[in-house]
Unconditional design. Structure first.
Length: 141
């Protein structure tokens, strides 16, 4: 009798701990999955893009983990102002930023992706990202 009760008491807390661990793990994976849903930049070309030196005709690519809604919802600008053409890849995860005319030699630029950039099934990004880059200096070739 007594041994049976003791063994039940010993088993029960063990079971409780196990199920708690299980639920904590599944909650963690749910929040991790939700976090994966948040649009984020997974790569750039050139890599790294921030504080890099590029040729004056550099096409910049920004790749996200989610599809952008459309090319018009990829809110990107370069300062000082440069005329750019923007294209999206087939899966709409990569935005290509193409200078219409070459960048100035030996100049610094900042490329900003606005928080109003919209993604499929998510809506507005809600964060800003800015990259600084410079163009090569004229070497008198």
């Amino acid at each position: 009798g007594l041994i049976g009760i003791i063994s039940l008491l010993l088993l029960r807390p063990d079971r409780m701990i196990r199920t708690n661990k299980g639920t904590q793990a599944s909650q963690a994976s749910v929040s991790a999955a939700k976090k994966d849903q948040n649009p984020s930049i997974i790569s750039t070309k050139p890599d790294p893009l921030d504080n890099t030196i590029v040729p004056t005709d550099q096409v910049i690519e920004i790749t996200f983990n989610r599809s952008l809604e459309n090319v018009g919802e990829f809110k990107v600008k370069i300062e000082p102002k440069v005329e750019i053409k923007v294209e999206l890849s087939g899966d709409r995860k990569t935005g290509r930023i193409i200078p219409v005319k070459p960048y100035e030699l030996g100049s610094s630029y900042s490329l900003s992706i606005g928080s109003d950039t919209k993604f499929d099934g998510v809506g507005a990004w809600g964060q800003d990202k800015t990259f600084q880059f410079r163009t090569i200096k004229y070497t008198g070739v």
